[in-house]
Write a protein that binds this ligand. Structure first.
Ligand code: FCB
Length: 453
């Protein structure tokens, strides 16, 4: 079997990256508003103050999604737009924006699939210690409840967190993203625990407040290890490495098993606990039931992986980059097999349907003299990755959907507007949108449910 009949085809974007309207209608200040003010933090001092002006142009944008043929749109809500101080008073005008967006999507037969948190954290909560504060999970549950109360008469699918590994590592360890701090391991592990608990409480808040049965999951980025060949030893080595336990020396916030075992298996990996358990808050065990509140699927953002093989003793051999390998605009490696092995390994370990919540590339796109945007690399890249994803489906991996990143060129975090990831081109001077060749191509893929790949 290829992709299932009810397989969901969509594209994604995130609030800070597209909305603009950074201080309109009572929106609160976010850590990304704050970080972008810091000299040298973002390419050419660019900010998300205007971005794609999606806040004002959402109807046009939904019209474009319809023209392409999207079945679903994955967007995120700005927490400080909804609750300016992070807790307490709700900003009805902010929440209304998302309500109007949902109505517009539904009127075009596009399924809204919101993500509650995609990195624009309320600045006021950051001033209280942010995710390090022991109350941080209650704050997130409170915000979740406010959103679900408002939208769940029309929305029945939710993602809690986008790429927690990234906002912890880049935001709180390397300091390249907001809020731009550099924590020690002890604090990082505490923070991860609070974030996991926030996810769990958010799942519960969705289930408690939803007005109709809801499907819920997370959208982590998982580091995918790709077997360099199909030999049994190599495949085993890759799978083992993908979920390898962490030690005092090698722990990073990218660990797949440290993040995912608690959510899907209800405990931190035993072997890792021996080394790192001492950094967890006292009594952390009582949180594990909440953290592992049942979810319906495993989202996964996937861009690139790395290749390994193994010798006869099972020792891992890392394969560096071949000379002259294919690279995207971001200089990220093109590794299509990751979309076969990643979902396969994740499904085998956690047993939940997989949704690819992001996949795509940045490319040097511009509007040609003929007024069109020709981006054959994006078509080829996506075709190659989707063929691998389809192979996983054909072999029985339970795949529920695919969201291309992104629907539209946008503010690419520390790289500002330099990296264009969209199926739709934006002229940031005029806000003119142009559907790229890849957008039309993707529409054909959707209409054939991937049969034309
Ligand atoms: C992911 C982010 C998304 C976008 C893509 C390129 O890490 O979730 O917002 O920046 O990378």
């Amino acid at each position: 079997m290829s992709f299932k009949k009810d397989f969901l085809w969509g594209a994604a974007a995130a609030s800070y990256q597209i909305e603009g309207a950074w201080n309109s209608d009572g929106k609160g200040f976010s850590t990304w508003d704050h970080f972008a003010e810091k000299q040298g933090a973002v390419y050419q001092g660019q900010t998300g103050k205007i971005a794609c002006d999606h806040y004002n142009r959402y109807k046009e944008d939904v019209g474009i999604m319809k023209e392409i043929g999207l079945q679903s749109y994955r967007f995120s809500l700005s927490w400080p737009r909804v609750i300016p101080s992070g807790t307490g008073k709700i900003n009805e005008k902010g929440l209304d924006f998302y309500s109007r967006l949902v109505d517009e999507l539904l009127s075009q037969d596009i399924i809204p699939f919101p993500t509650l948190f995609h990195w624009d954290y309320p600045y006021e909560l950051y001033m209280k210690g942010g995710w390090l504060n022991p109350d941080s999970s209650d704050w997130f549950a409170e915000y979740t409840a406010a959103v679900v109360e408002k939208l769940s008469d029309r929305v029945d699918r939710w993602f809690t967190l986008n790429e927690p590994e990234v906002f912890i590592h880049m935001g709180h360890v390397s300091g390249e993203h907001a809020p731009g701090v550099k924590l020690q391991k002890r604090d990082t592990i505490r923070m991860i625990h609070n974030v996991l608990l926030s996810h769990g409480k958010s799942v519960q808040a969705i289930r408690e407040n939803t007005k109709q049965p809801a499907q819920v999951g997370m959208a982590p980025v998982c580091s995918v290890v790709i077997p360099h060949n199909d030999e049994r030893n190599t495949v085993k080595a890759a799978e083992k490495l993908m979920f390898a336990p962490d030690t005092e020396e090698n722990f990073t916030a990218w660990s797949n098993s440290w993040w995912l075992d608690p959510v899907f298996l209800g405990h931190y990996p035993e072997e890792s606990l021996k080394h790192l358990g001492k950094y967890l808050p006292a009594g952390y065990e009582k949180d594990m039931e909440i953290i592992s509140s049942p979810v319906d699927f495993l989202g996964n953002n996937h861009y690139h992986g790395y290749y390994v093989s193994s010798d006869d003793e099972g020792n891992v051999i890392h394969h560096g980059a071949p000379v002259g390998e294919a690279l995207t605009g971001f200089n990220w490696r093109v590794t299509p097999e990751g979309l076969y092995w990643g979902p396969k390994f994740l499904y085998e370990r956690y047993g939940k349907p997989i949704i690819i919540t992001e996949n795509g590339l940045s490319n040097k796109d511009w509007v040609s003299l003929d007024g069109k945007v020709h981006d054959p690399q994006r078509i080829d890249f996506t075709n190659r990755y989707l063929r691998q994803y389809k192979r996983a489906a054909e072999e029985g991996v339970d795949l529920a959907g695919y969201f291309h990143w992104s629907i539209i060129d946008n503010f690419e975090w520390a790289f500002g507007y330099r990296e264009r990831f969209g199926l739709v081109h934006v002229d940031f001077e005029t806000q003119k949108r142009t559907i790229k060749d890849s957008g039309y191509w993707y529409g054909d893929v959707i209409r054939s449910n991937g049969e034309n790949l």
